[in-house]
Design a protein around this ligand. Structure first.
Ligand SMILES: [Cu+2]
Length: 120
């Protein structure tokens, strides 16, 4: 089992005011690209897997580009309802993907995944 980052846990505590042991709000378990990863320029499939089901229609993926501009990516639910995906084309540079999701318990959690894109 992947242990969620302390950053993700602190966000949950902040927004829920409930003990972290309470399961239902969404915690990021795995991401593609992974945090800190370096990927190849061009078409990129983004995939975020959470520990619980999320409402994809009320969840949001915001990409911060190397020039600090931001774009909201059209995101889709997948799998058993606990996966959020998006596809985009990326140029070389440093990116940050902000995820904000609504879990089935009505709580919103968010976090960031930073990664870089390198040229051919
Ligand atoms: Cu919660």
């Amino acid at each position: 089992m992947i242990v969620p980052s302390w950053r993700a846990l602190s966000v949950v505590v902040l927004l829920c005011g409930a003990p972290v042991g309470v399961q239902a709000h969404a915690i990021l378990m795995e991401s593609l690209p992974a945090a800190g990863a370096s990927i190849t320029v061009g078409h990129v499939d983004l995939r975020l897997r959470f520990n619980s089901r999320i409402d994809a229609g009320r969840s949001r993926l915001t990409l911060t580009r190397p020039d600090r501009s931001q774009a909201v990516l059209p995101a889709q639910g997948e799998g058993a309802g606990n996966v959020l995906t998006a596809a985009t084309e990326l140029a070389p540079g440093a990116y940050s993907l902000r995820w904000q999701v609504l879990a089935i318990d009505g709580h919103i959690t968010r976090g960031d995944v930073a990664f870089s894109v390198t040229g051919p």
